[in-house]
Design a binder for this molecule. Sequence first.
Ligand code: CO8
Length: 258
Amino acid sequence: MAYETIIVEIEDEIALIRLNRPEARNALNSQLLGELSEALTKADRNDKVRCIVLTGSEKAFAAGADIKEMSEKSFVDVYGEDLFGEKIDAIQRVRKPIIAAVSGYALGGGCELAMICDFIICAENAKFGQPEINLGVVAGIGGTQRLTRFVGKAKAMDMNLTGRFMDAAEAERSGLVSRVVPTPKLIPEAMAAARKIAEKSAITIKAVKESVNRSYETTLREGLLFERRTFHSMFATEDQKEGMAAFMEKREAQFRDK
Ligand code: CO8
């Protein structure tokens, strides 16, 4: 299917997905979220894709949910249709790693979409924010939940209550992003990280993602048990044998995703 609001390129086992509504600073409307959830689901099922990079434009990763599209809706409308719920759930179900490459504004739903990804690499010009309070609403896709876990209560409250933006340096200092790079280097850096991940065993990649994400869903005791059992289960794979043999034979591992 040809998409109108996103651009998908698959190269060297990496799917690069660009949000593409420049006239609206990549605001997330139903069409864009529909196309994005479909493209991500397809990439997740595509054997030729091992890692996904999600990005926007230099000016904006995404300026939030499309305010023009939702402004006239009633409670019955948004509750009845569970606005964006199905599409966001599909994005959250993707098992392959998704790196958010953020340049410019990542606001409201845009910041939340970046946080759904597995980690964020941002450009020096990035600006993160949860300005929903200025519109008379609260965040709705994790801005009060994921952000609080990532940067702590003080900063999450500050951002959600004042609506102020966080720049790249503060985002790195606070643990919201894993790396900050000069703006022109954003895509090369994110693609290099994706290629590094793509060299590993696909089965181990899935297990790592599942295990880290489990830490957000459970107690430390249960999470550690989940991790230990996952570690044990890796010994049922051929890639564990290959990885450890390659280390001892002082050569590169040739993983077969088995
Ligand atoms: N929605 C719709 N259109 C937008 C949005 C948006 N979020 N952001 C920008 N645009 C449009 C502008 O209206 C403008 O269009 P036009 O040229 O037709 O007037 C165009 O994009 C360019 O915008 P600006 O001229 O404002 O560009 P600037 O570079 O001066 O400013 C900003 C860029 C700072 C990003 C500014 O546009 C802005 O503040 N945007 C709104 C940010 C915002 O409030 N985001 C939160 C939205 S609410 C949300 O995300 C809730 C998500 C939860 C959903 C829950 C579901 C369960």
